[in-house]
Design a protein around this ligand. Sequence first.
Ligand code: SAH
Length: 397
Amino acid sequence: MSSVRPAVVALRAGRERSLVRRHPWIFSGGIAGVEGRPGAGDTVLVEDDAGRALGWGAYSPESQIRVRMWSFDPTDTIDDAFVAGRVVRAAARREALLGSGTDAARLVFSEADGVPGVIADRYGDTVVVQLTTAGAEAWREVVADALFSLPGVRSVYERSDADVREREGLGPRVGVVRGGEPNPDLVAHEGPWRYVVDITGGHKTGFYLDQRHARAAIARLAPGRRVLNVFSYTGAFSVVAAGNGAMSVLSIDSSAPALEVARRNGAVNGVDVGELMEADAFTALRGLRDRARQYDLIALDPPKLANSERQLEKASRAYKDLNLLAIKLLAPGGMLLTWSCSGAMTAELFQKVVAGAALDAGRTVRIVDRLTQPGDHPVPLAFPEAEYLKGLVLEAE
Ligand code: SAH
């Protein structure tokens, strides 16, 4: 077969509209035909039904999202320099953040940085990369080289073990990609605090960089308060609360390894992180309610409870139960910081669910602030799907 003409994905009439608005996804149902035999991750030229070239994308034969766009300019060439350039420019956009009291930031956020399927988080001299799509997988070496070339980076570690890879027909892959073995005592620095980052065994890439705004908010709100940190993971919120003069801190998580890191985080920062409770949050919250416990500041940051729109109804019930229990535990004037990180749940629906919880709890509750993902997890106006973290700061009467 000649390699002169690239594989072409031809869209059905009308299905070019989202592309013209620079939305980067092409679903299998929007495709009229495929010319050539593109393999997983191959670059394809995308054309409208009249044969007009619209741009270039990565082909993903097993995914419902069949093509993810690299470029909306048909005159671009998708090569090593193109992909490396995207990675390096994304990292450059985080330079100001990384120069402002932290050495930990998301360098590359997938579609939001024009590199679909590539996530890279930096912790000091270490970068943790996660590839989630066939297109990202195809450019693995180029992405790794680009990340390793960044000033001060000494190690690139891969955590491509997210479930979403299955939808792309990809198995898990974990390990050192460039440089040395990761430092087992790696810490992220943020303001005066240090957080142990378990990049080999932790969730995601080891730390919840996306809750940076929340850590700052808790620092302001914690002094003198009785704090309850539900779904605490490695206790980042607990460290901030304890370190900023909380009266008491209770952390609840079902993961013993996460709580062990929480304990280490207390030690590393020289603060008493308070009580660490290994328990199911739903059960633990009911137990606290039955004992009529009261808190002045509660953080409620559950894992993604809805993976898709099909799971929204069930997830809404779980979010409501959790928020109902939490609101009941609030002392008069107490504050609840509550999140949904499910992309499938809109901010509007989440607010409705929490409103239902407040109603059932019989409390008057006001939104006094909102806490979303920070700027190193940007949301392109053309790709609102990048927005996933929705948080409400609530005050109960
Ligand atoms: N707020 C944390 C991140 C929370 S991630 C931070 O900023 O670091 C969600 C956490 O929920 C994970 O640590 C996971 O172990 C925990 N988790 C999941 N299901 C749970 C359950 N049913 N009960 C308690 N914890 C649970």
